[in-house]
Write a protein that binds this ligand. Structure first.
Ligand code: FMN
Length: 317
């Protein structure tokens, strides 16, 4: 698999753990990197101090490179980048926005920059600005999503840009990995699959909910409000969607109040395991995530299946 970035980072598998706010802790990222992939710490709207704490936790657990996923909309984005540079983080993934204002200083410090893109136009724009690779993420994914499916988006992005394309969304086993490579991707990113890993620190209620979920158990909140998030169905999610539909019928819809229903809910799910009030972000792949086991085992199994399907040598064995 031709991916100069992964070669540079010395990875055993062409697989990335997508950054997951609250769920993607330093311990999980370290376990993924230690196993030969690239782990990412999800930082969402955290302050610099919180980012530094998780980066240092990861560093204690692995000498291998790992990344930090940042939310560009965050009010604390400047201090987050300062921490990334001070701590010598090697890879940055960015969501929700344009990382180009920070690109020069990140590249000067040798940091690889990989934005997540939901469309061909965004992928092209990112290439023009000089990023190192893109993650083309389909709407099967858990968390914030665009409109395109992975199956339709990945080959179109592959055709549109010359930089490496990492496919994300709905990939949970070796069949999905092989499919992504068949679509032209040069790497794969998974999120949901890692939620139930032994090293994942999400609340036991979160793991149980993913393990129990069927194929049709996710729902998209924010379709009408405009900030689409895929979560497992529960009281909060159903109430959110009901309120959205109610507002659209009003002469002066108050979407702001509806949006506030989701504030703090991911933390409530991950940290407190709040079954009714939490946002249990997870992808459509949840239906096939049926066991809790160490990251190293998950990855060895997935790569063995993928290489078998692709008919290539499993060098990681
Ligand atoms: N992507 C980001 O770029 N930033 C985030 O903060 C982020 N948080 C997430 C939180 C959760 C709980 C989950 C499940 C996903 C999140 N994602 C985030 C998306 C993942 O990085 C990844 O792209 C996605 O999970 C891939 O699809 P999959 O869930 O089908 O594997």
């Amino acid at each position: 698999i031709d991916n100069p970035i992964f070669d540079k980072l010395g990875m055993k598998y062409p697989i990335v753990e997508g950054g997951m706010t609250w769920a993607g802790t330093g311990a999980l990222a370290a376990a993924v990197s230690e196993a030969g992939c690239l782990g990412f710490i999800g930082t969402g709207y955290w302050h610099g101090d919180e980012v530094r704490r998780e980066v240092r936790r990861a560093k204690e657990l692995t000498d291998k490179p790992f990344g930090v996923n940042v939310m560009l909309m965050s009010r604390h984005i400047r201090e987050v980048f300062d921490v990334i540079l001070e701590e010598g983080v090697k890879v940055v993934a960015t969501g929700a926005g344009d990382p180009s204002p920070f690109l020069e200083e990140l590249h000067a410090a040798g940091v690889t920059v990989i934005p997540v893109v939901p469309s061909v136009s965004m992928a092209k724009m990112m290439q023009r600005k000089g990023v190192d690779a893109v993650v083309a993420e389909g709407m099967e994914s858990g968390g914030h999503i665009g409109q395109m499916t992975t199956m339709a988006l990945v080959p179109q992005v592959v055709d549109a840009v010359d930089i490496p394309v990492i496919a994300a969304g709905g990939i949970g086993d070796g069949r999905g990995v092989a499919a992504a490579f068949a679509l032209g991707a040069s790497g794969v990113q998974m999120g949901t699959r890692f939620l139930t890993a032994t090293e994942s620190e999400v609340h036991p209620n979160y793991k149980a909910k993913v393990l129990k979920a069927r194929d049709i158990d996710t729902i998209i909140t924010g379709n009408i409000v405009g900030s689409r998030v895929r979560v497992l169905k529960n009281k909060m999610a159903k109430e959110y969607v009901k309120r959205e539909v109610e507002e659209i019928g009003k002469p002066e819809p108050d979407y702001e109040t509806v949006e506030k229903l989701e504030s703090g809910t991911l933390r409530a799910a991950v940290v407190d395991g709040d079954k009714n009030g939490g946002a249990f972000m997870a992808g459509q792949i949840s239906g096939m995530v049926n066991d809790e086991k160490p990251v190293a085992e998950i990855l060895a199994e997935i790569w063995a299946q993928a290489t078998d399907i692709m008919g290539i040598e499993n060098k990681a064995k």
